[in-house]
Ligand binder design. Structure first.
Ligand SMILES: Cc1cc2nc3c(=O)[nH]c(=O)nc-3n(C[C@H](O)[C@H](O)[C@H](O)COP(=O)(O)O)c2cc1C
Length: 280
């Protein structure tokens, strides 16, 4: 990957100033206290630098916040959603919304956030690709390394949540439930359905473990490519497909007049789903 080899330089032999408060064009920031200073002593010049850096950081934060506040949210033409005619079960509504997102070119609608909390209760979240849909069970699958941090979280606490956000449609879907590990056959099908490049990345190394540097990764990836070429049907025991079976699902539709809609489904012990609107 080219970005792994980037020196971070500007290409003209001068390092770009990337400190907080530095101008985006990489020029020196004289306003932020970068002028050469008279240094009366190590300690006082250290303090001055620190104060100037803090002030520059605060100025940059303020400028960033102004940009954030000016950035549009939920803008443009949005699809309509009528909760009164929503299906009785959330799996069908998820499939309808995902299909519409795919058909209408919403960018990467199959990318979702998985939230977990491990044995210590500390939450964590990361982005994954949707790799299985079971609408009848309202279950959604993802693939990962069983040595990863999320896999450790899930082994200790299978309660988890998935979130999708499709800005172009002003839609958010949240599902929560328990995660189960699918069998070896499901993991095999998932891996062997991928390109050799994607398979090699799975073989490369223990996800979430510390990496000494790009060279270590490059060497591991090279070995992994050789393994995939020599044994195209091999599946590492550490590759697993997981699925989250939802017992709650919420569909959020933005409205240009800010009359946002929230429809929550809750799985009932006796079977079926309860549906209710929530205050937005
Ligand atoms: C767009 C995108 C898609 C990703 N898809 C996956 C995926 O399908 N499986 C996966 O394990 N990690 C995927 N990742 C990487 C994860 O976000 C995360 O860095 C990795 O799984 C390690 O997370 P953990 O340390 O919490 O276990 C993806 C990242 C991005 C930005």
């Amino acid at each position: 990957m080219a970005d792994r080899h980037d020196s971070g330089g500007t290409g003209n032999g001068q390092a770009r100033d990337t400190r907080p408060g530095a101008p985006a064009d990489g020029t020196r920031n004289t306003a932020a206290g970068d002028e050469p200073r008279e240094r009366s002593s190590e300690a006082s010049s250290g303090e001055t630098d620190e104060t100037a850096d803090r002030a520059a950081t605060a100025r940059r934060d303020a400028a960033l916040l102004a940009k954030v506040r000016a950035a549009p949210v939920l803008a443009g033409e949005l699809p309509r959603f009528d909760p009164a005619s929503a299906p009785a079960a959330p799996g069908e509504l998820f499939a309808d919304w995902l299909e519409q997102a795919l058909d209408e070119g919403v960018p990467e609608p199959h990318v979702m956030t998985l939230s977990t909390a491990g044995a210590d209760g500390a939450p964590d979240a990361r982005v994954l690709v949707l790799r299985g849909i079971d609408s009848a069970a309202c279950a959604y699958a993802f693939a990962t390394d069983t040595r990863s941090a999320k896999a450790r979280d899930l082994a200790a606490n299978p309660a988890a949540a998935l979130t999708w956000y499709w800005p172009a449609h002003g839609r958010q879907i949240r599902v929560a439930g328990r995660v189960e590990v699918c069998g070896a056959e499901a993991a095999r099908r998932d891996l062997l359905g991928r390109s050799p490049r994607s398979r090699a990345a799975v073989f490369a190394g223990p996800m979430s473990a510390p990496l000494s540097g790009p060279q270590e990764y490059d060497r591991a990836l090279e070995r992994a490519r050789e393994t995939v070429a020599a044994e195209p049907n091999r599946v590492p025991a550490t590759h697993a497909l997981y699925r989250l079976v939802a017992d709650r699902a919420e569909f959020w539709q933005a409205d240009p007049r800010r009359f946002h809609l929230r429809l929550r489904y809750t799985r009932q012990a006796a079977g079926g789903w309860r549906r209710e609107l929530l205050w937005p």
